[in-house]
Design a binder for this molecule. Structure first.
Ligand code: FAD
Length: 394
């Protein structure tokens, strides 16, 4: 079979589908090629919190990227919401960044001192509450809490839901989804002319977007260029909790605890054990790509940590386990932009713990770069260029 499109996007995760959404919005004819199904990879596991406070963003350009993605998801929410399969896929609540130890209290306060003004300028600022007042706001917090910041509005949406919304909206604008595995690129001089699929299908295209998540290093071979991404495992559990409690806030600390509109809860974390017990904030829990099962010892650790912060979780019944890897570039920054080998091939990958949150800005930037070679977003995008992994000249 032979197909043609303006742009082929390889990968139907939250990043590839977002690229398809923004490309279609800009009028491009797009084909997304996905080897399994939409959100079959990391995007099938993660709950996405569109929150810019925390260790994932450093002050300045990087935080600006996170804030721009919040602006874009808010701007596009109404359009995307038209495609949801049941109500309330966007779970918008205030969020709490609590401190349960003196160390963590000092850490979050310092982090806010550093980033607060930038958050506030973007309408994403928060307010510190001492323990007594914080518990009045969120009575389900353990009495061992020392205080925390409350942020008035944080959108939460599961990666698989957001991927489906982007893809459905893109399809309505003319995009096509092809199921198949891309085995390589076709090229003509220094430009890609399309992609080849395992079943023999050839798709000719003006440009190609590589959004293959943790599989992106495979494209290194096609491009002769390093795309260093590793697989940071995370684990989450959907819970039913006896007693009909109502958690008013998303709680995002070393673990995330939140309630879905249907009453079920979510408990998620990177279950990297800290030397003295509990979990540590980590970028080092690297596990093989095929390990997509919850490990019993990690589940125990997660519950132990969760219970120490939220005693109401006692007696929780696990409804579903979801565990999987997050595609994380080795310098912890996403890769967004053109490659040196073929100048119409764009990488959109390596977002680690923030791929759902950063999907909107990544999709928009990828669409801008693929269609016009520049962007009108007021961001310094050089830091995310895959060119930073170019081997030094000998
Ligand atoms: C427990 C957990 C909690 C998380 N929490 C959050 C959070 O709160 N906020 C947040 O923003 N992010 C969170 N994440 C991270 C987020 O899920 C990822 O960063 C994001 O989903 C990555 O999306 P992606 O599209 O790059 O990759 P993927 O979703 O893995 O998509 C890549 C796709 O490419 C396809 N593919 C690969 N190779 C080929 C090929 N050759 N041909 C065709 N198709 C191919 C795969 O099948 C896959 O569907 C969490 C993740 C986990 C596991």
């Amino acid at each position: 079979m032979k197909l043609t499109a303006d742009v082929v996007v390889i990968g139907g995760g939250v990043i590839g589908t977002s690229a398809a959404y923004f490309l279609s919005k800009a009028g491009a004819d797009v084909i997304v090629v996905e080897k399994e199904h939409v959100a079959a990879g990391a995007s099938g596991h993660g709950p996405g919190f569109f929150n810019a406070f925390g260790g994932d963003f450093s002050r300045g350009d990087h935080l600006a990227l996170g804030l721009e993605s919040i602006r874009l998801i808010r701007e596009n929410r109404e359009h995307l919401e038209q495609f949801q399969e049941e109500p309330h896929w966007f779970n918008d609540r205030p969020s709490i960044a609590p401190a349960f130890s003196e160390d963590s209290r000092q850490h979050v306060r310092e982090m806010y001192d550093t980033n607060g003004s930038q958050l506030e300028a973007a309408g994403c600022g928060g307010t510190w509450f001492e323990a007594e007042d914080l518990i009045k706001e969120e009575p389900l917090l353990g009495s061992n809490v020392l205080g925390g910041y409350i942020f008035p509005s944080v959108i939460q949406i599961d990666g698989w839901k957001l991927s489906r919304l982007y893809m459905s909206a893109a399809k309505e604008m003319g995009a096509r989804l092809v199921t198949g595995e891309v085995l390589g690129l076709d090229w003509d001089k220094n430009r890609a002319s399309g992609v080849r699929l395992a079943d023999g299908t050839q798709i000719s295209s003006g440009s190609v977007v590589v959004a293959m998540g943790s599989w992106t290093p495979v494209a290194s071979v096609w491009l002769g260029f390093p795309l260093p991404i590793c697989n940071l495992k995370g684990q989450l559990h959907i819970l039913r909790v006896p007693g009909g409690h109502d958690l008013k806030h998303h709680v995002i600390e070393r673990i995330a605890v939140m309630q879905y509109p249907n009453g079920e809860y979510l408990l998620a974390a990177t279950p990297d054990p800290a030397p003295g017990g509990g979990l540590r904030p980590t970028d080092a829990y690297i596990r093989p790509l095929y390990e997509t099962n919850a490990l019993p010892e990690d589940t125990d650790l997660l519950f132990e940590t969760g219970l120490s912060m939220f005693p109401f979780l006692k007696g929780a019944e696990i409804v579903k386990d979801l565990a999987g890897g997050r595609p994380m570039s080795v310098d912890l920054l996403p890769m967004i932009g053109a490659t040196p080998a073929l100048d119409n091939v764009f990488i959109a990958a390596g977002h680690g713990r923030k791929g759902i949150h950063l999907s909107a800005v990544t999709g928009k930037l990828t669409a801008d770069l693929a269609l016009t070679g520049k962007t009108d977003l007021d961001l310094n995008i050089d830091a995310y260029s895959p060119m930073r992994f170019m081997p030094p000249k000998l």
